[in-house]
Design a protein around this ligand. Structure first.
Ligand code: ADP
Ligand code: MG
Length: 250
């Protein structure tokens, strides 16, 4: 589904991504691991249109999507979450979900004026959808909480919830488990598995926690110094000598 061909992203003379080629199969939960500074987030940013590549191509379902801006990728169903969650802290959890662009039908001001009844109906639909999403993520009880009051882990769940307000096909998660307690991490893992199995989402997940990766991801891609070092099942990856060396070397 997503093919990355010989991708480079340099910052001045520094090669953050240095000729990486990656395939993410439709329906997979693909893991992306590697030591700090390996270029994982930069690779995500290029795929998701946040950064232009220095060279190389990104192809989605046979279509060249290299350098398309995030909102166009969003409409193609390609979404990314950020290493640091970026919720609207003074709005409630439910309102945060209802705000997701593309969830509303995007009426003009005139239509809004003439079709107030329809807008109200649409708002009820959105509200119901938001509550279903919260139910799915097991945080329905937080619907009226201000997003700013959520714990780090709950904010990550909210991030995941935002992808469920639109019809995402492939979701890139950058360190969704960072700073999250064990219980919540497993809730997040379950939500990812269910989204994958029940709704057909494809995921690419950057994560340091190897339990999480092992439980969730097949295959796992390992990056080091801007390059792809290995790809395989979590078990194989952990026995791979080049991989062990890359981690010990940092
Ligand atoms: P990872 O996510 O694997 O930890 P990153 O992709 O964030 O790694 O970073 C890879 C390397 O690129 C790091 O050495 C980082 O300092 C560098 N880098 C990332 N973004 C920039 C930037 N905007 N300007 C300069 N260097 C950057
Ligand atoms: Mg990173």
């Amino acid at each position: 589904m997503i093919e990355v061909h010989d991708l480079h992203r340099h910052f001045g003379g520094f090669r953050a991504v240095d000729g990486a080629s990656v395939r993410i199969e439709t329906g997979s939960i693909t893991g992306l691991i590697g030591p700090n500074g390996a270029g994982k987030s930069t690779l995500f940013n290029v795929i998701a249109g946040v950064l232009p590549p220095t060279s190389g191509r990104v192809v989605m379902d046979g279509e060249d999507i290299t350098g398309l801006p995030p909102h166009e990728l969003f409409h193609k169903g390609l979404l990314r979450t950020f290493q640091l969650a970026h919720e609207f802290s003074s709005m409630t959890v439910r309102e945060n979900l209802m705000m997701v662009p593309g969830a509303q039908s995007g009426e003009t001001i005139w239509k809004t004026w003439f079709q107030r009844g329809r807008i109200a109906a649409e708002e009820r639909t959105l509200r119901r959808k938001a509550d279903e999403v919260l139910e799915f993520l097991t945080i329905r009880h937080l619907a009226d909480e201000l997003a700013g009051n959520l714990s780090g882990g709950q904010k990550k769940l909210l991030e995941l919830g935002r992808t469920m307000m639109v019809d995402a096909k492939i979701v890139f998660l950058d360190e969704v488990g960072a700073g999250v307690n064990r219980t919540l991490l497993m809730t997040i893992a379950d939500a990812i598995i269910r989204l994958n199995k029940e709704r057909g989402y494809t995921f690419c997940v950057i994560e340091h926690d190897m339990d999480f990766i092992g439980k969730l991801c097949d295959p796992v891609i390992v990056m080091a110094e801007g390059k792809v070092l290995a790809k395989g099942s979590a078990q194989d990856i952990m026995k791979n000598e080049a991989v062990i060396e890359a981690y010990l070397g940092t």
